[in-house]
Design a protein around this ligand. Structure first.
Ligand SMILES: Cc1cc2nc3c(=O)[nH]c(=O)nc-3n(C[C@H](O)[C@H](O)[C@H](O)COP(=O)(O)O)c2cc1C
Ligand SMILES: [Fe+2]
Ligand SMILES: [Fe+2]
Length: 396
């Protein structure tokens, strides 16, 4: 049985959610699942805006057919070629043999790479600013390269003022029945996952996101229809504001996030003492992560959220504890900047973790504060002055 919900005139949500998948992109844990959104417009001509992941495609095809209500499909607009959205393009063509594929030159090239189908003969090439008339609805196309792949574009319906925004403004988290932002307590249900989705998936491309936000600011937007997560129809400035903050690498919380590694608990103990000192100094909302326990995607997300970061690691075979190295390299890979950072290390014979942490941080646009705290196996009374100093420096 199909299900779909009307968004606005002639425009239907036909997406579906996966609550079973453990790892999105086989990397990111998604305990709350994920939705793959897809939209149908039924005007004089009919159009499908993006497809879905293979895992939900059976339901997806039923939903598409339900929304089309016996009509043929004239166009499929491919805003994004990633397989979580168009893994079943070949099957779509079998089901709707007359369908024309709408995309840009890069889209066509990628279709050729992913599929053994003749896309060219049914392809409608669109460039930035081009329009496609469906009847009352006119679709215009805006390029959004690297948000999240090079071929990405977004589609704007000038009739309904709906922006089909591809991965932009998306979030992890399944949808059920409710598809609109105002049908949820978004901040409670989705904000953390939206930040984790943005920072991990698109976080590296802040400049490109800024470029899209600039283009979007010239449009009158009533609906944002992303490929994952709720459709925005109220409070649109809220999510645009969040994207602006995230893509500018501006912190949201003036507090301290501490990420540590620890095998025997001594580095952990020092972190707890440090957090205590910070709290005594009036710092609220301190966040502490054990990098061995919490998946790196959550720590990275909070590194984008917090203004002040402390990293603490034992020395491991002359280097960094692997999970800490993984975290720092991940932060670097996502171009995290504009943060105040402090580090301290631990070692029982020849500590070098600090040196390695500073090497990675030295290649990033972050301010590393002076700290002489260096543990020899465990925190001692004699280290307290250095620890207090670190606390003062990170708060300055
Ligand atoms: C596999 C392994 C490799 C280590 N390599 C080093 C090292 O190269 N240099 C060093 O000073 N300590 C090394 N250590 C010791 C730890 O860094 C040290 O005991 C530290 O105090 C542990 O802190 P923790 O209690 O927070 O786990 C190593 C420990 C292990 C298990
Ligand atoms: Fe994507
Ligand atoms: Fe996606």
């Amino acid at each position: 049985m199909y299900f779909s919900r009307k968004i606005t005139e002639d425009t239907y949500y036909v997406g579906a959610s996966d609550r079973r998948l453990e790892l999105f992109e086989n990397v990111f844990p998604i305990p709350k699942g994920v939705s793959y959104n897809s939209y149908v417009i039924t005007d004089e001509k009919t159009a499908l805006l993006d497809l879905m992941d293979e895992s939900v495609s059976k339901q997806g095809f039923e939903n598409i057919a339900g929304a089309l209500n016996g009509r043929k499909l004239d166009y499929v607009v491919i805003n994004h070629m990633e397989p979580d959205h168009c893994s079943k393009l070949d099957e779509l063509i079998l089901r709707y043999p007359e369908v024309k594929i709408v995309g840009n030159v890069k889209t066509l090239k990628m279709i050729g790479q992913f599929y053994d189908i003749d896309a060219e003969s049914r392809f409608v090439t669109v460039n930035e600013g081009d329009t496609l008339q469906l009847g009352k609805h006119t679709l215009t196309f805006v390029n959004a390269p690297m948000v999240h792949w090079p071929e990405v574009m977004v589609t704007y319906d000038t009739f309904t003022k709906a922006l089909f925004s591809a991965d932009a403004f998306g979030t992890f988290g399944a949808l059920g029945g409710n598809i609109f932002n105002d049908e949820y307590d978004f901040e409670y249900e989705f904000l953390e996952e939206a930040r984790r989705y943005y920072t991990n998936i698109v976080g590296k491309y802040g400049m490109q996101v800024q470029a899209v936000l600039k283009k979007a600011s010239t449009l009158d937007i009533k609906y944002i229809c992303p490929l994952h997560g709720p459709v925005w129809r109220t409070n649109i400035d809220y999510i645009i504001d969040k994207y602006n903050t995230w893509s500018l690498y501006e912190p949201e919380v003036d507090s301290v996030m501490i990420a540590y590694a620890s095998m025997y608990g001594n580095t952990e103990n020092a972190v707890n003492v440090l957090a205590n000192v910070l709290a005594e100094k009036g710092v609220k909302n301190i966040k502490i992560y054990d990098v061995s326990k919490t998946d790196v995607s959550y720590v990275l997300s909070d590194a984008f959220k917090y203004k002040r970061l402390v990293f603490a690691s034992p020395t491991y075979n002359g280097g960094l504890y692997p999970k800490m190295e993984n975290l720092l390299l991940d932060l670097k890979a996502h171009s995290l900047k504009n943060r105040k950072v402090a580090v301290f290390d631990n070692g029982s014979w020849s500590a070098s973790a600090k040196k390695h942490m500073l090497e990675i941080l030295g290649t990033m646009k972050v301010e590393v504060v002076e700290s002489s705290l260096a543990l020899k196996s465990s925190l001692k009374q004699g280290d307290m002055e250095a620890l207090n100093q670190l606390a003062e420096e990170i708060l300055k």
